[in-house]
Design a protein around this ligand. Structure first.
Ligand code: SAH
Length: 566
C-alpha cells in the first residue's frame, strides 16, 4: 500500500490524482502531517509526501531503522515539478516509484542513488537475493575498479561491467558459501525441492525435512525457486504453509505427468495413494535438472504416523531472449517496457542502424552484436545461441519486431530451454495511420510487396483478395531500386475494385527526423515517389479525404446506429 500525505490545496489536488489513478494501491492519510506521516510509515510499504523534503526528513529521521525494511519515500514539490526519491531508493522501491509518480503527474523523477544515476543496475535490484558487501562492491563498480564476476553456472544477468579478475568479487552461487570481504554473493533461483506428505503432516515436519536436505547438500535456502508436488497435495496444509514460510511458490503437477518421469527411487505407496510411483523426486525433476538429494523421509522419533518426503534438484539457468520492437523511429515512441528490456539485457543483437537508434539507452558493458542489412537468419541464430548459453539477450527490430521482422526467424530457431519475452512496438502502419488521420478506422490488412522470400503469385493473390474484400491495405516494402513494377501492379488490382479518387496515403520515415507524408488518390499516385522507407495506405470504398486528412468511417451505418452514441 502507498500512503499519500499532503498539506496544501495544490498538494491535495496532486494527491487526489494519484489516488484516482491507483485506487487499489493507495491510501490517503489526513489530519496533521506529523501524525499522518508516522501512521503511514508504520502501515505502508511506500509513502508519497506532497511536502517539502526538509519537512519530511525531519519527520522521518526518528522513524528510520534499516534500508532493507524501511518504506520507500517519495516527495513531490508544491508545483508538482519533481518526484524526489528520498529514502529506500532500492529496497523500498522509491526510485522506481519516483519514476511512476513522475510519469503520472508530469513531474521529473529525481534519483540520486549512484548506481541508477550512471545506468548500472543496483546489485539489490536484480530480482535475486544478495548477501555480503553490497555497498563496497557497488562503489567499486561505480568507481570503475575491477570487479570479478565468478558465476558457478550461467545465469541471465544484466551487464555488470565485471571483469575476469579483480579485488572485488560478484559471486553467483546457490551453495552455502559465506561472502568473503569485498564480495557479494548473488543467489540464483536454481533449486527446486519436490515434496510429498501424508495427510495431516505438519508444517514443521515438512520444513525441517526441506531445510535439513538443503543444509546437508550445502545449498542456500535463498536459492530456492519453488516447492513442487503432485496436484492431489495442492491443498495439503503442511506443504502449503511450508512454501509460504520459505517465501516460494508451490507448483503442482498431475500424477499422470509425474508418473512419466524417470526417478531413482520409485515406490508403491504413492502409486496406490495418488497414482504416481514418485512424488518428491518426480516433481523436482519434471522440468529437468540434476538430482542433488534423492528422496529422503522425515524421521520422527515420537512414533507419529505422518510422513513427509523431499528431493532436491538444481535446474540449469535459463537464458532469456527478449524480442523488442523499437517503434518507427522517434524516441518517445519506444515503449518504457522496451527500454527496460534493453537495459535488462547483457547481449544486444540487431541491425546496425537500429542499434544506433538506442545505443544511449544501453547499460555500460552491454555486448553489442550488430550486423548489416540482409543478415537476418544469422542475427536470429546468434540471438538464440547467446540465450542458450544462459545470457539475457535482446533482439531488436524496428516498429514491431514480430511484423515482417526478427521474431519469426528467431522463434523458429528457439528450443524450449530458453525463456522468450515479446515486447510489442508501434508498427509502421500505425505510425503512418496516425500521421494521415484515421485510415484504419475499419477492417484493414498489411501486405508486404517484397518478393524476396515470397513468390509474386502469392502476393498477388492476397492483393486480389484484399481488393475484393474492400479492405484498407497498407503496403510494406512497397518499392526499391531493383523492385519497381510490383507497386503499380498491386495498385492496378485495387483500382479494379475502387474509384480512381480513392484516397491513398504515402508516409516516408514516419516519426523520424525527415518524416514526410502525402495524401493522394489511386489515380494520381506516382510510384516513383515511393521507396523502401515508405508505407502506402490505400483506403476502402468508403474512405474519404476530410480537411486534408484520410478518414475511413467506422461502419457505413455508424452515424445512425445506436452504437454511434458511444
Ligand atoms: N517491423 C517493421 C517492418 C519491417 S519491414 C514494423 O513493424 O514497422 C520494412 C518496411 O516497413 C519498410 O520497407 C517500410 O515499408 C516500413 N517502415 C518501417 N518503418 C517505417 C517508418 N518509420 N516509416 C515508414 N515506413 C516504415
Amino acid at each position: 500500500m502507498i500512503g499519500l500525505i499532503s498539506a496544501t490545496a495544490a498538494g491535495a489536488a496532486a494527491r487526489d490524482r494519484l489516488a484516482a489513478a491507483w485506487p487499489e494501491r493507495t491510501r490517503v492519510y489526513e489530519g496533521p502531517v506529523g501524525d499522518a506521516v508516522r501512521a503511514a510509515f508504520a502501515e505502508c510499504e511506500q509513502l508519497v509526501c506532497f511536502l517539502a523534503t526538509g519537512a519530511v526528513v525531519r519527520l522521518l529521521a526518528p522513524l528510520l531503522a534499516d534500508k532493507a525494511t524501511d518504506p520507500g519515500v517519495v516527495c513531490v514539490d508544491e508545483g508538482g515539478r519533481f518526484a524526489v526519491s528520498l529514502v529506500g531508493g532500492h529496497g523500498g522501491g522509491a526510485n522506481e516509484l519516483a519514476g511512476e509518480v513522475g510519469e503520472l503527474l508530469g513531474a521529473t523523477p529525481v534519483v540520486t542513488t549512484a548506481t541508477d544515476a550512471v545506468g548500472l543496475p543496483g546489485l539489490d535490484t536484480l530480482g535475486m537475493p544478495v548477501e555480503g558487501d553490497v555497498a563496497g562492491v557497488s562503489r567499486a563498480l561505480l568507481d570503475g575498479e575491477p570487479v570479478a564476476l565468478d558465476a558457478e553456472s550461467a545465469w541471465p544477468l544484466p551487464p555488470l561491467r565485471a571483469a575476469a579478475e579483480g579485488s572485488y568479487v560478484i559471486r553467483v552461487s546457490d551453495r552455502l558459501v559465506e561472502p568473503a570481504p569485498h564480495e557479494v554473493v548473488l543467489r540464483p533461483r536454481s533449486i527446486v525441492v519436490g515434496v510429498g506428505a501424508s495427510k495431516g503432516a505438519s508444517v514443521d515436519e515438512v520444513l525441517e525435512l526441506v531445510e535439513g536436505a538443503l543444509r546437508d547438500a550445502g545449498l542456500s535456502a535463498r536459492s530456492l525457486a519453488e516447492l513442487a508436488t503432485v496436484d492431489a497435495k495442492a491443498a495439503e496444509p503442511g506443504i502449503v504453509e511450508a512454501a509460504a514460510r520459505l517465501g516460494v511458490p508451490l507448483v503442482t503437477y498431475s500424477a499422470e505427468e509425474l508418473a512419466k518421469v524417470e526417478v531413482p527411487n520409485p515406490s508403491d505407496a504413492p502409486l496406490a495413494a495418488v497414482g504416481t510411483p514418485s512424488v518428491a523426486e518426480a516433481a523436482a525433476l519434471v522440468r529437468g535438472g540434476e538430482l542433488l538429494v534423492p528422496k529422503r523421509k522425515s524421521a520422527r522419533a515420537d512414533g507419529h504416523a505422518s510422513m513427509a518426503t523431499c528431493a532436491v534438484v538444481r535446474r540449469p539457468g535459463r537464458g532469456r531472449l527478449a524480442v523488442v520492437g523499437l517503434g518507427p523511429g522517434a524516441r518517445d515512441l519506444v515503449t518504457p517496457r522496451a527500454t527496460a528490456e534493453l537495459r535488462r539485457a547483457s547481449v544486444l543483437v540487431g541491425l546496425d542502424q537500429y542499434v544506433d537508434q538506442i545505443r544511449d539507452l544501453l547499460r555500460p558493458g552491454t555486448l553489442v552484436l550488430e550486423s548489416g542489412l540482409g543478415a537476418e537468419e544469422e542475427r536470429a541464430r546468434t540471438a538464440v545461441a547467446e540465450a542458450r548459453k544462459g545470457q539475457a539477450v535482446a533482439l531488436i527490430g524496428s516498429g514491431d519486431a514480430g511484423v515482417y521482422a526478427m521474431a519469426s526467424p528467431a522463434l523458429a530457431e528457439a528450443s524450449d530451454d530458453i525463456d522468450v519475452i515479446g515486447v510489442p512496438g508501434v508498427t509502421a502502419a500505425l505510425a503512418a495511420g496516425a500521421i494521415l488521420g484515421a485510415p484504419l478506422g475499419h477492417d484493414h490488412v498489411s501486405i508486404s510487396l517484397s518478393d524476396l522470400h515470397t513468390p509474386w503469385e502469392v502476393i498477388e493473390r492476397r492483393v486480389r483478395a484484399a481488393a475484393e474484400a474492400d479492405l484498407v491495405v497498407t503496403f510494406y516494402n512497397p518499392r526499391s531500386r531493383g523492385r519497381d513494377w510490383q507497386l503499380p501492379k498491386a495498385l492496378a488490382i485495387l483500382a479494379g475494385h475502387r474509384e480512381p479518387g480513392t484516397p491513398v496515403g504515402v508516409v516516408r520515415n514516419a516519426s523520424r527526423p525527415d518524416e514526410s507524408s502525402r495524401l493522394t488518390t489511386l489515380a494520381s499516385l506516382d510510384p516513383a515517389t515511393v521507396d523502401m522507407m515508405t508505407v502506402v495506405t490505400v483506403g476502402n470504398t468508403a474512405t474519404r479525404e476530410i480537411a486534408g486528412r484520410m478518414v475511413t468511417p467506422r461502419g457505413y451505418r455508424w452515424q445512425t446506429s445506436e452504437e454511434g452514441a458511444k
